[in-house]
Ligand binder design. Sequence first.
Ligand code: UT7
Length: 331
Amino acid sequence: MYAAFRSIGAYVPEKILTNEDLSHMVDTTDAWITKRTGIKERRIAAADETTSDMGVKACEKAIERSGISKKEIDMIICATISPDYFCMPSTATVIATKLGLSAITAFDVSAACTGFVYILSIAKAFIESGMKKNVLIVGAEKLSAITDYTDRGTCILFGDGAGAALISATPHQNEAIIDVHTGADGAYADLLMTPNGGSGSAHDALDREAAGCYMKMKGNETFKVAVRTLTSDVVSILNENMIEASAIDHFIPHQANYRIIKAVGDALNMQDEQVVLTVAKYGNTSGASIPMAMNEIYEAGTLRSGELMLLDAFGGGLTWGSALLPFAPQS
Ligand code: UT7
């Protein structure tokens, strides 16, 4: 059996936080943010809207578009760094229950912005081994809950949203996810982290800033490692599979920063029309950013059956990953 990428769905919250809004909150300007990141605005979840709430809405769309009935789903994996609950239950189990699915395998994966590529690789492995048939994967983030809105180095980057996909078993090799790369190097952990709140240190739940529960990033160093690592990883996944960059219909990178996307795209000689960009509208939504971007082209009618996608992602850990796959809706 092969694993086929059957459908995509996404959800974004209504509230928009613009660069202009941020310029009244921290010492920054629309001009600086636009020039250094390409971001113009991002979405912010309502106070009572959780990561699982957003994930469920994305999942419902992905299920509806897959042609597969809910009761055929045998596993849900959620990629998130902003789970509903600290430690447990996993956001995947909360999503499963809200979808009306019980007695199902459900768990979260923590690989930051690379989370969606990681869960894609897990879904592929479970399906190819014959252990599961229909795996729902969802990247969902309420990053506004772990963002320090007094830190101009990070708060301008992040937003909220969710994206989901259904991965199913198929006997047809032409529908198969071709390859997925994943990697990590904990030596760079301190470049992008939430320093506290875990077993490594005590924390005061009443003071999240003092407790170090917000994300901290050494942005410029992260930027350089991101460009270097992503470029070599996408070059190797293309070479190993003997696929030319020009054969890619849609290059769908993690939407962290336009300059990172441009640098990697240029290294591959990608044409503008191959590169999917949503960073201006949604900012960096970590594990949700790739499926949200994929959903944009699906809803625009430009992602068609059989078209070849190249995904790449980079994030806290540090982690990275890439994937080569055709879009394979059920005919
Ligand atoms: O998704 C997971 C992985 N994340 C990434 O890959 C993100 C990687 N990093 C980045 O996207 C960029 O490094 C940032 C957008 C975060 C920062 O851009 P940069 O070009 O690397 O700027 P920088 O950190 O080198 O800072 C340049 C200057 C500094 O001022 P001085 O020291 O030159 O006077 C900063 O203090 O810009 C200043 N600065 C700002 N100015 C206005 C930093 N943030 C801001 C801001 N508004 N928001």
